[in-house]
Design a binder for this molecule. Structure first.
Ligand code: ADP
Ligand code: MG
Ligand code: MG
Length: 252
C-alpha cells in the first residue's frame, strides 16, 4: 500500500523528517507515537502534499505509484485520506453538497458510477448515524461553527463516505473526550478491511485500547526509532520516550 524510504522533509528551512522509512501493507493498522515535535503531523502533511512541506530526499510509493510526483488532489483520488485535510470553513456550501461532490470525484477516480442524490443521501444519513451527528448537520455550511467534537465526528464521517484506501488520522493534538475517542475508534474499526490501511497518530495509549494496531512505531527526531506490536504502546505509556534515545524537541 505505502512504502516510505529514507524520507527527508523540511518546513521553512527547518529539516523535520530525517530519514524516515515505513512500509504498510493492505489491511494493516499502524500506530505512530512519539514525543511532541517529533514530526508526526509533518509526516501526514508531507504525504498529503500540503503546501510548504518540502521533500528533500527519499521516495514514497502509494500502491506502486510515485506519490511525490502527484498533486495533492491526485493523491486524494489515489485513495489517500488525511483527516483534517478540510478544516477550512466554506460558507454557503453545505456539508451535504460538499461531500457529495467529493464522494463522486473519488468514485470517478475508481472508475465507479456517480451516486445519485437519493443514493448519496441514504449513505450520508447512515454515516451521520454512525458518528452520532444529527441529520440536520448535513445541511450546515462546511465546518461552519462546528465544535471540536463535531469536527472530529465530521472527519470520521468523511472517511466513511470517501472509502479511501489509506487513511491517516492525526489525533495527537486534539483533546479527545471519551465520546469522540469512541467515535474515532468505531469509525476505524468499522472501516477496517483487507484492502484498506490506516496510520493512526496518537499521544494516547488509551485510543489503542479501542483500535488494535498491527504495528506501533515510535517517531522521534524525524525518524522511526523503534517498531513493535501493540505492546510497545504500553511500554511507552509506562516508560516514556527517553529510553528510546530520540531527543524530544520543544513542545508545540
Ligand atoms: P508532532 O506532530 O510530532 O508533535 P510536528 O510535525 O507538528 O510534530 O512538528 C515537528 C517540528 O516541526 C516542530 O519542531 C514544529 O515546531 C516544526 N514545524 C511544524 N510545522 C512548522 C511550520 N509550518 N513552520 C515551522 N516549523 C514547523
Ligand atoms: Mg504536536
Ligand atoms: Mg502533531
Amino acid at each position: 500500500m505505502l512504502k516510505i524510504h529514507n524520507l527527508h522533509a523540511k518546513v521553512e528551512d527547518k529539516t523535520i523528517l530525517k530519514g524516515l522509512s515505513l512500509e504498510i501493507k493492505p489491511g494493516e493498522v499502524h500506530a505512530i507515537m512519539g514525543p511532541n515535535g517529533a514530526g508526526k503531523s509533518t509526516l501526514g502533511y508531507v504525504l498529503s502534499g500540503r503546501d510548504g512541506y518540502e521533500v528533500i530526499d527519499g521516495q514514497v510509493e502509494l500502491k506502486g505509484k510515485d506519490l511525490l510526483e502527484l498533486e495533492t488532489e491526485e493523491r486524494a483520488r489515489e485513495g489517500l485520506f488525511l483527516a483534517f485535510q478540510y478544516p477550512v470553513e466554506i460558507p454557503g456550501v453545505s456539508n451535504m453538497e460538499f461531500m457529495k461532490e467529493s464522494v463522486n470525484a473519488m468514485r470517478e477516480a475508481r472508475g465507479e458510477e456517480p451516486l445519485s442524490a437519493a443514493e448519496f443521501l441514504k449513505k450520508a444519513k447512515e454515516a451521520c448515524k454512525q458518528v452520532h451527528l444529527p441529520l440536520d448537520f448535513l445541511k450546515r455550511g462546511v465546518n461552519e461553527g462546528f465544535s471540536g467534537g463535531e469536527k472530529k465526528r465530521n472527519e470520521i464521517m468523511q472517511m466513511i463516505l470517501l472509502e479511501p484506501s489509506l487513511c491517516i488520522l492525526d489525533e495527537s493534538d486534539s483533546g479527545l473526550d471519551i465520546d469522540a475517542l469512541q467515535v474515532v475508534a468505531d469509525g476505524v474499526n468499522s472501516q477496517r478491511s483487507p484492502e484498506r490501511s490506516f496510520i493512526v497518530v496518537t499521544h494516547y495509549q488509551r485510543l489503542l485500547d479501542y483500535i488494535k494496531p498491527d504495528f506501533v512505531h515510535i517517531l522521534a527526531d524525524g525518524k522511526i526509532v523503534k517498531s513493535g506490536d501493540a505492546s510497545l504502546a504500553l511500554e511507552v505509556e509506562k516508560e516514556g520516550y527517553a529510553w528510546l534515545g530520540g531527543k524530544a524537541q520543544e513542545a508545540d
